[in-house]
Design a protein around this ligand. Sequence first.
Ligand code: FCB
Length: 427
Amino acid sequence: MARKPSPNRFFWGAGTSAHQVEGGNDRNDWWDWEQLPGKIRDGDRSGAACLHWDRYEEDLDLLRSLGLDAYRFSIEWSRIEPEPGRYDEGAIEHYRRVLIACRTRGIAPMVTLHHFTNPRWFSALGGWEVARNLPHFARFARLAGERYGDLVDVWVTINEPEVLAFHAYDEGAWPPGVKDRARALGVIANLLEAHALASVALRETDRVDADGDGKPALIGVAKHWVLLEPLHPWWPFEHVSAAIQHGVFNVAVARALRGEPIHLAIPGIRPVRRQVDALRGSSDFIGVNYYTRWMVSLFGKEPRQARPGAPVSDLGWEAYPEGLERALMECAAFGLPLIVTENGIADASDRIRPGFIRESLAAVDRARARGADVRGYFHWSLFDNFEWNDGYHGRFGLFAIDFAKADRPRSPRQSARVYADEVARRR
Ligand code: FCB
């Protein structure tokens, strides 16, 4: 069994999300989106994904084999509540078995309640645009607290509210495919409010301190923290544009998470202001998802691009692991403890990832030495998976998966060993 954790433990983990790995998640909006022509790169569909629904025990053994002690994953709302108010006991029990499998291996689970996918019925009701839908999510959080609180101490209510809102309601690249920036801002506000309501529900229902560190529920949002810089530093308008994007995407969300009023402003668009009292005290930590920096450009057709000449991942994102230090320092300024809830790189050949991992962890070390209160690091991802509208192109795994084979064999990349060694060195 696991050692009794100290109150100041540092989580070393890896992450996944339900829709990306489980397979057969056919009751949510993403499944429907994948069936539409032209939405997913090369027409990929999540389909059987990584068969993680059936193979979670083996996958937890893989995680353990790296010496990790924490696993971030999401429970799929559409499986648990296939119709409003109707619960699938089989699905609820499944996730209990996953949680028990974590605990028996000495793995602390970090459970995400919402990782991009909505039950089909929730989308049909207008999804995150409709404020009166938010109590549905709070009810789901309450159920999670009641049914899993004895096994879970660390919760992520919502994954990347700002990414979901912009991809789905501004760029139209994700379901429901809306292209309207003003509506995207409204969705961010609703997602922040949903986090606050879910946090209240979890605090009321999860009163069991599962791992004996004195804290029954640590609650946060996983916030995508992106670095934005002007592509042409001599051009003041690009500085202004980068600052505006940083303000709405990073700063406004972080402020709300620490309890300030929601204030989302982009020039030319009606700003969103909202006071949500429940945001105060809603977050015990900010989850930091850091991947890259983007150069903001006001010329040409790409509004954001990788730094010219920089090494890039298979998805064209700059490999800039040092940036994690800056991301953490910027985020630490909001006064909440931090957990790196995602950090990784799409690199099928594994040429860049070993160095990326070493550099990223060195960046975490430096940020901590400078006073950032970082409580954990979760690499994204434990294994290759369905990378949303990039389909099976972005290979983020410490373990590679051969998707051409029906049984989806897993094999460790060199990076898996590198990560294990780096973690061992820091224990
Ligand atoms: C993040 C998502 C995660 C994964 C990585 C690459 O934005 O939270 O599901 O897609 O990017």
